[in-house]
Design a protein around this ligand. Structure first.
Ligand SMILES: [Zn+2]
Length: 165
């Protein structure tokens, strides 16, 4: 849970690390710490303890405006960009755009749609897939170091990612 008043300083720290794409469909990227899994990392304090959260989970909790995120709710990505922290609903066809709350089952379905995990490809690629995802996140962070650069972002998204087109 993120309290808009009590956690104001923490929220400001999070917001300062986010670079927002200008377009209505662009991702918002977290540009602070990146974990080995390619997801953004944010340290926060809860009940006197420091805990580490993925930036997409934090973004989803923040969007709840003080209402808690349930333990079974996962922060999933319609855009398949681990650094994305843009909370969003579905498009007109019902497909989720960016960060949304879902169950583990939704996560498996999303992975199937985006070609991640679950299948033979993931087994074959194993750790290489994880490394490629981290490499792509680092390239993305670098691409927006001086603000949103659409061309640099597109190049970064192609890093270590099997292109289908
Ligand atoms: Zn996104």
């Amino acid at each position: 849970m993120v309290d808009p008043v009590l956690d104001a300083a923490e929220i400001a720290r999070f917001e300062a690390a986010v670079v927002r794409g200008p377009g209505p469909e662009d991702c918002w990227l977290f540009t602070s710490a990146i974990g080995g899994d390619g997801y953004g990392r944010l340290w926060v304090r809860r009940d006197g303890r420091r805990i580490m959260l993925r930036s997409n989970r934090y973004a989803l909790a923040l969007a709840r405006e003080g209402a808690p995120l349930e333990p079974w709710e996962r922060a999933l990505h319609g855009c398949d960009v681990p650094l994305c922290v843009r909370p969003s609903g579905a498009d007109e066809l019902g497909r989720p755009r960016h960060v949304y709350a879902g169950t583990q089952r939704d996560n498996m379905e999303q992975m199937g749609r985006s070609g991640r995990g679950g299948g033979r490809v993931a087994v074959r690629r194993g750790n290489a897939g994880l490394l490629a995802r981290r490499e792509r996140s680092i390239a993305l962070r670098e691409a927006v170091r001086h603000g949103w650069d659409a061309e640099a972002v597109a190049d970064a998204l192609a890093v270590g990612h099997p292109t289908l087109w």
